[in-house]
Design a protein around this ligand. Structure first.
Ligand SMILES: C[S@@+](CC[C@H](N)C(=O)[O-])C[C@H]1O[C@@H](n2cnc3c(N)ncnc32)[C@H](O)[C@@H]1O
Length: 256
């Protein structure tokens, strides 16, 4: 399937496009549109500054491997990426030979051993809320004590909403910033060290402006870090409510 084509005939079949179909179709176009997010760059720097050399990092929904897996592998960490899209995994393997990539749905993934950090940048949005919550809980469980979960999502109080995204009609679910933080703290039993909401403004016309929520959290216990300084302390920054699916949602349920 080429860029701009009907992802695997899903529309003809009258069923929602799956994440694998969507990202198989987007391929490198995703990186062209979203590969330079300042808040993601800050998150990777924050994480890299806290990990010991050789730490094991899992990148869930690793996409093209750039920038996250590439930067972490270049920094000397042992990086595994998993992604449900065959095309994304092929791109990542070609672009980031220092990391290991596996084509796998995070809902089916069972790691061997724990991770010092798990990155989860935007892989959960095409799941139901219940599936996304369960996936985050599992990721938290893959962390060694003191390990970090660094994650990002689009904060929007929507469930099974049809939106236009990168020129495709897709069905998405997400939750508000407060609900996401509650999920990390209460369901995943993580300590949230920092969160920020930023407005992503694309360079070109491949994507539209959207809000991004980045959270840095840590599993309790273990010897890592101790008390965090100002840069790592819990706090919110950026704009709330400026743009996002809540405003563009056309079908489906909005509100909890
Ligand atoms: C929005 S992209 C983000 C890519 C990358 N994390 C980044 O921030 O540059 C979401 C990625 O998650 C992957 N993904 C979506 N659902 C997934 C699932 N259930 N299991 C594993 N990967 C998934 C997609 O194929 C896609 O590559």
């Amino acid at each position: 399937m080429g860029e701009g084509g009907d992802p695997a005939g899903a529309a003809d079949a009258g069923r929602p496009v799956s994440a694998a179909e969507l990202f198989d179709g987007l391929g490198i176009t995703y990186e062209e549109a979203f590969g330079r997010l300042p808040a993601q760059s800050d998150a990777v720097d924050w994480l890299a500054a806290r990990l010991a050399p050789g730490s094991r990092v899992l990148d869930v929904g690793s996409g093209t491997g750039r920038p996250v897996a590439e930067r972490l592998a270049d920094a000397g960490f042992e990086v595994t990426g998993i992604d449900v899209s065959r095309v994304m995994v092929e791109l990542a393997r070609a672009q980031v030979p220092k990391a290991r990539f596996e084509q796998c749905d995070v809902r089916d993934f069972t790691p061997e051993g724990g991770f010092d950090a798990v990155c989860s940048f935007f892989p959960l949005l095409m799941m139901t809320r219940a599936e996304a919550s369960a996936a985050l809980r599992r990721m938290a469980g893959w962390l060694v004590p003191g390990g970090y979960l660094v994650s990002a999502t689009v904060p929007a109080d929507v469930e099974d909403a049809e939106v236009e995204w990168m020129g495709r009609r897709v069905r998405v679910s997400s939750c508000s910033t407060d609900a996401y933080l509650r999920l990390l703290r209460e369901d995943c039993n993580l300590e949230v060290l920092h969160h920020s909401v930023s407005l992503f403004l694309p360079d070109g016309d491949l994507a539209a402006p959207e809000e991004h929520l980045f959270c840095y959290a840590r599993r309790r216990g273990g010897g890592a870090a101790g008390s965090e300084g100002a840069a790592g302390s819990e706090g919110a920054a950026g704009s709330e409510g400026a743009a996002g699916w809540g405003g563009r949602e056309t079908r489906g349920r909005v509100g909890q």
